[in-house]
Write a protein that binds this ligand. Structure first.
Ligand code: NAD
Length: 353
């Protein structure tokens, strides 16, 4: 974690922010910014000016729009940006903002590839600006409750996530080489790190595309991670699985020496153990609104938040290691993935869709 410049914010003097990317998730962020009294929407940026204009009109607000975040920030006095562009634009948009002295709250993934994300971590260090990745599911209060249960289970043997849904997005996901692993599984991978307070060591993964899939790339995957505490984290998922769909958070089971914990992803987690959860504080935040609050608080206090780019890199590395294992058919160690990401040119790693 690196030290970063602080910025004040208060209800009387809210932080002016730009939303960059006015697509479907950008609209959700615009609503979150509009609802947060500690921030003020200073403008909306999108290379598709119609998208920006329509999004602003739908908000019922009158703020400047533009195609270049740094230029709009200079014109409007915005002090920070929320980057909700397509993954391929995360690197150029975030890098330009950091270099212009603007802290960034970015949608996941940090960048298209781990090499690009490592580069952004370096730019954050060099510029002294905060770059936080919004892994919004981390702030789910039920994930906090599940983690307290897991801590009460003693040593953990296995963690599994089952994720089965059938969304028809259109757009960039339909064209990605690994839509499920690259665009979706990062949420579960990141949550597994949080639940176990352990880091992945290696992974074996297979991915495939069912005959009926409407995705160009592999909509199905199965991955087993060896974690640093000896547990195995197993992820099984599909993005073209109609019927009996799981929640968007997937279904979780954690099996430990003192019992098990189970979560359907939507309701309160359940504990099957004689040992109570550890007494831990509940999550004070939730979802992307929570990520925004955390970002603003971090800027005010200078305390590095969860999701700060250095802390987030491992979640993207899990994605990239899983993709590499699926491509090669052999186990991949996370250390090797990081070594290659630091050596490779930033646009040539395997995980880009
Ligand atoms: N946290 C979640 O649950 C969640 C859910 C959905 C999407 N996402 C993430 O949010 C991001 C956006 O996804 P989406 O579904 O809104 O995509 P989208 O395609 O609907 O919208 C992306 C927008 O970015 C704009 N854009 C592209 N390049 C740009 C650039 N250089 N500068 C400015 N604007 C640019 C596009 O014109 C488009 O309007 C992705 O990173 C995605 O993974 C996260």
């Amino acid at each position: 974690m690196n030290a970063f410049a602080t910025l004040p914010s208060s209800v009387d003097d809210p932080l002016p922010v730009l939303c960059v990317g006015a697509g479907s998730m950008g609209r959700a962020w615009l609503a979150a910014v509009q609802a947060d009294p500690l921030v003020r929407l200073a403008g909306v940026v999108d290379i598709d000016q119609d998208a920006a204009r329509t999004a602003v009109a739908d908000l019922g607000m009158d703020v400047p729009i533009g195609a270049d975040a740094v230029a709009v920030a200079a014109a409007t006095g915005a002090r920070a940006i929320v980057n909700v562009t397509v993954p391929a634009a995360h690197l150029p948009v975030t890098m330009a903002a950091l270099r212009a002295g603007l802290p960034v709250l970015g949608e996941k993934p940090a960048a298209s590839t781990l090499a690009e994300a490592v580069r952004l971590a370096t730019v954050a260090e060099q510029t002294g600006q905060l770059f936080m990745v919004s892994q919004s599911r981390r702030w789910n209060p039920r994930v906090f409750a599940l983690r307290a249960m897991v801590e009460g289970l003693g040593a953990v043997g296995s963690v599994t996530t089952e994720f089965f849904r059938a969304p028809r997005f259109g757009g960039f996901r339909d064209q990605m080489r690994q839509p499920l692993l690259v665009d979706m599984a990062i949420h579960s991978f990141d949550t597994a790190r949080f639940l176990l307070a352990a880091e992945p060591v290696s992974v074996t993964c297979q991915s495939w595309n069912p005959s009926w899939s409407w995705y160009r790339g592999d909509a199905n995957a199965s991955a087993v991670f060896e974690m640093s505490d000896g547990a195995r984290y197993t992820y099984v998922g599909s993005w073209c699985a109609a019927g009996a769909e799981t929640s968007w958070n997937g279904t979780w089971r954690i099996s430990g020496e003192k019992g098990s914990a189970h979560w359907d992803g939507d309701h309160d987690p359940e504990l099957a153990s004689d040992h109570p959860p550890l007494d831990r504080p509940a999550s004070p935040y939730s979802g992307i609104a929570g990520a925004l609050q955390v970002f603003v608080e971090a800027l005010r206090t200078g305390v590095a938040p969860m999701g700060e780019i250095h802390e987030n890199l491992m979640s993207l590395a899990m994605v990239e290691a899983a993709v590499e294992s699926a491509d090669t058919g052999v186990a991949v160690t996370l250390a090797d993935v990081f070594t290659r990401a630091r050596e490779l040119p930033p646009t040539s790693t395997a995980a880009s869709g």
